[in-house]
Every structure is written in structure tokens, then in C-alpha cells.
Design a protein around this ligand. Structure first.
Ligand SMILES: [Fe+2]
Length: 191
């Protein structure tokens, strides 16, 4: 489950429906998807095959032409350089759509003068529309695995705003400890 915060006011939104409706008000799609389709250590091809129906439906919804699985962990070559591309406020010419399979990270969304922090984890699907000012970073364990959709892979290039707004926010991760003892999620999260 995601953790939605508004750091400027120390406001935290809890619960799936509250998070979904609050993000919807900001133009951001948020859904919870089942993780029980494949074992956690499945190959990228197995993940794409297992979620083919959902992936194709998302392509139809958003006009995406391709999807892949990104897998980042502390041993990923040039990890810090990769993260540094996206931890400064930027926009893209296409949507940023992620279904998180493993790991955690934070999307900071700067919308209508207000910054929302969305910590995403396994089972979270987030769609950030093109043109939305945002930045992203991983939590301390430097781990994330996610399905990504693209309208045009060339479009997923950051356009930096150079606003400096990102410097005012700590990448503070709460979960999954925030929700109690860490338990591997193997049940149907949509049940
Ligand atoms: Fe981005």
C-alpha cells in the first residue's frame, strides 16, 4: 500500500480509497493490483506474460505501445548516476506509468503549488500524466522492480525545471514498517 503525504502540512492520507480519491483530485491514477500472479523471483518475460491482459488494457487506456520490467538493486551498475537523473524536478513528454512488483520508492508530485509525496510499494499502480512536475527517488534499500508502459520510449526523457523545489524535501520512507511487521505479501491484494 502506498503512503500519501503532504510534507508541507504534515498531512498523511491513509487507506486505499482515501489515497485513490485524493490522488484522483490531483489528476493521478492510483490502483492496487494483485501480486499473486507469479512468484516474486519470476523473469521479466514471465511477469509480462502473466499480466498480459492488464498490460494490454493499460495500453488501450493510455495509448501506450510497449511495456517492460525495470529491475534496480544496490548492485545495479551506475545506480547513483541513474537515480540522479530523476531526483530533480522534471517533466516528461509522456505519462510515467508504473506497477510496482518489489521494492519501494517515492514520487514527489508538484501540482498546483503543492507537493505530494507518494511512497509506492509492491502492488501499487501509479500513472503520472505527461507534463506533471515531479521527481523520484528510491528508499534506503535501493530496490525497485516495476512494469513500465511507454507511449514512445524516446519520450521518457526528463525535462528539468531547475526550480530547486526538490531540495526542500527529504526522501522519507515510512513503509512497510509503518504498517507493522514486514510480511511477504502473497495473497490477492484486490480481494
Ligand atoms: Fe519522471
Amino acid at each position: 500500500m502506498a503512503v500519501l503525504r503532504f510534507p508541507d502540512t504534515n498531512e498523511m492520507i491513509e487507506g486505499e480509497s482515501g489515497i485513490r480519491s485524493t490522488l484522483a483530485g490531483l489528476g493521478i491514477d492510483y490502483e492496487r493490483w494483485s501480486l499473486d500472479r507469479v512468484p516474486p523471483d519470476s523473469s521479466a518475460d514471465a511477469v509480462l506474460a502473466a499480466y498480459a491482459d492488464e498490460i494490454d488494457e493499460m495500453k488501450r487506456r493510455g495509448g501506450y505501445v510497449t511495456a517492460d520490467v525495470i529491475d534496480v538493486n544496490p548492485s545495479t551498475p551506475n545506480l547513483e548516476a541513474m537515480l540522479a537523473r530523476f531526483d530533480k524536478e522534471h517533466t516528461h513528454d509522456e505519462d510515467e506509468v508504473r506497477f510496482i512488483l518489489a521494492g519501494r520508492g517515492i514520487f514527489f508530485l508538484h501540482i498546483s503549488g503543492r507537493v505530494a509525496s507518494v511512497e509506492v510499494g509492491p502492488g501499487d499502480m501509479l500513472r503520472v500524466p505527461r507534463g506533471t512536475t515531479h521527481w523520484f527517488t528510491l528508499c534506503e534499500d535501493r530496490r525497485i522492480r516495476a512494469v513500465r508502459w511507454f507511449q514512445d520510449t524516446a519520450g521518457w526523457t526528463p525535462h528539468y525545471t531547475d526550480s530547486g523545489v526538490d531540495k526542500g524535501y527529504q526522501p522519507l520512507c515510512f513503509g512497510p514498517a509503518y504498517f507493522g511487521p514486514h510480511v511477504e505479501t502473497k495473497f490477492n491484494l484486490n480481494a
